[in-house]
Design a binder for this molecule. Structure first.
Ligand SMILES: Cc1cc2nc3c(=O)[nH]c(=O)nc-3n(C[C@H](O)[C@H](O)[C@H](O)COP(=O)(O)OP(=O)(O)OC[C@H]3O[C@@H](n4cnc5c(N)ncnc54)[C@H](O)[C@@H]3O)c2cc1C
Length: 439
């Protein structure tokens, strides 16, 4: 083995947001870190609209908001707009009083250009002495639940005291190896997106949908990643896209057909005739038992939250910070105590379950949305989601007691959404039952 690949304290699998964040935290804790990353230049990066808790997590990594804006890695997101196709819009802005003492909540957040963010983070990772190995982790050697070494596509055997799996949704290496339990939310979905030049863009995210009441919601995001570039993406259940493909439509046809329903995008589509959209498929899910004696899973490999929640980046950075803290704290012992593992598992699961079940029950699925209307449903989802993120960042539950109390609170909110869904499903208004049955 080459010298720079000699036995490290921690091996991080994956160099996406979660993997790079974990590498930085671990190196700062004085540990020697190897990051094995399989990404290539062709990786389609997506995930640009951040929730209000993410900027602080980026600041801790060395990327304060002001730097991200000055270096055009990010634009400000001051609000969220719901555009309903009939010309009406609803704006969601955190109330100004929250910015004042004693709350002092940061009311701005960001949209990021993921390609540029990746470059900036990678520079920080390297400046901390982390060794990055371009290779693909294939499997692990283990003794029961303890990981001994990693084997890679190029034939390397990498042994290490600790491992962090940040291999993302598609690979989810350790959850496959250990056959971890999984809870899935909603149908498999497809996202198709492209980038367009615009003369001027607004400092906010826009979600386009329509007032019609479909049984399952489809939507289009519009996100300014630069002052003059917007990302526009269409999210639909995978089955609907598959049906259109079987009718002979290309991904580009499907994308253009959807966007051309929104007058704002017609001139942009005309100007970008040659440019083909990017596509990915995903299924929202939450894994259980995302840590073992000497390993933890972070980011989308642990839980995939729906893009509409704008919580994926926050989750990835949070998991990375918490997992790294646990490794640094228990490094000499060589094993994570059972209670520390249990509370990490609990936090990762409960937060992801809260976001996924909330967005599925209140926004995507028909019973609640059609009964109270999309605009009110937007409030019913956004206010608790925003508050939970702000609260979590403030109280930072870490021990078993604080994690347990926070998780119970989240579980009670999930139960309320479940009861509301049940009531709307079983006692629908006359209008709702008709619309619900159109699926
Ligand atoms: C369509 C879509 C839109 C989204 N929009 C938003 C949004 O607006 N806001 C938001 O906050 N979040 C959004 N997200 C979620 C966000 O992109 C993710 O939560 C975040 O990127 C997760 O980062 P990660 O590091 O866990 O995974 P990834 O970014 O997927 O990184 C995984 C890394 O691991 C590497 N890898 C994979 N397998 C191996 C292997 N075997 N060996 C070594 N390396 C490996 C990959 O090459 C990659 O570099 C969106 C997601 C999707 C799918």
């Amino acid at each position: 083995m080459q010298d720079n690949l000699s036995r490290k304290d921690v091996t991080v699998i994956g160099g996406g947001l979660a993997g790079m964040a974990a590498s930085i935290h671990l190196a700062r804790a004085g540990l020697q870190v190897l990051c094995v990353d399989a990404s290539s230049e062709d990786n389609a990066l997506v995930g640009e609209s951040l929730d209000w808790s993410a900027p602080d997590l980026l600041r801790i990594l060395g990327l304060p908001m002001e730097r991200l804006i000055a270096e055009e890695i990010a634009t400000y997101k001051r609000h969220l707009i719901l555009s309903l196709g009939d010309g009406s819009t609803q704006e969601y802005v955190p109330s100004e009083w929250l910015g004042n003492s004693p709350w002092n909540v940061e009311l701005r957040t960001l949209h990021v250009d993921r390609a540029r963010l990746r470059v900036a983070l990678r520079e920080i990772v390297l400046s901390h002495g982390v060794v990055i190995l371009s290779d693909k982790a294939l499997d692990v050697e283990r003794d029961g639940k303890t990981i001994i070494a990693l084997t890679t596509l190029s034939g390397q055997r990498i042994d290490s005291r600790w491992f962090v799996d940040a291999s993302g949704f598609a690979a989810s290496l350790l959850s496959r190896v250990f056959k971890l339990p999984v809870c899935e939310y909603g149908p498999g979905k497809v996202a198709i997106w492209n980038y367009f030049d615009v003369p001027d863009s607004i400092e906010g995210t826009t979600l386009h949908t329509d007032r019609n009441k479909p049984s399952y919601m489809e939507w289009v995001w519009e996100i300014p990643i630069h002052p003059n570039t917007i990302s526009v993406g269409y999210v639909s259940p995978g089955a609907a896209v598959k049906e259109k493909r079987q009718q002979g439509k290309t991904v580009d046809d499907i994308y253009r057909e959807q966007l051309s329903r929104i007058p704002r995008f017609e001139p942009l589509l005309q100007a970008a005739k040659e440019s083909l959209p990017l596509v990915t498929s995903f299924r929202c899910r939450v894994h259980g038992k995302v840590s073992g004696p000497n390993w933890l899973i972070v980011g989308e490999a642990a839980s995939m939250v729906d893009p509409m929640t704008s919580n994926g980046v926050t989750a990835a950075l949070r998991h990375a910070a918490e997992a790294s803290h646990l490794i640094a704290r228990h490094f000499r012992r060589g094993r994570l105590p059972v209670l520390a593992r249990a509370s990490y598992n609990w936090r990762v699961q409960e937060l992801a379950k809260f976001f996924n079940s909330g967005i599925e029950k209140i926004i995507y699925d028909w019973p609640i949305r059609n009964r109270i209307g999309i605009v009110t449903a937007g409030d019913v989802y956004t206010i608790p989601a925003w508050s939970i993120n702000a609260l979590y960042s403030r109280i930072r539950p870490s021990g078993l007691l604080s994690t347990g109390l926070f998780s119970l609170f989240l579980a009670s909110l999930r139960a309320s959404a479940w009861v509301l869904d049940w009531l709307c499903r079983n006692f629908p208004g006359s209008e709702t039952s008709l619309e619900g049955s159109t699926s």
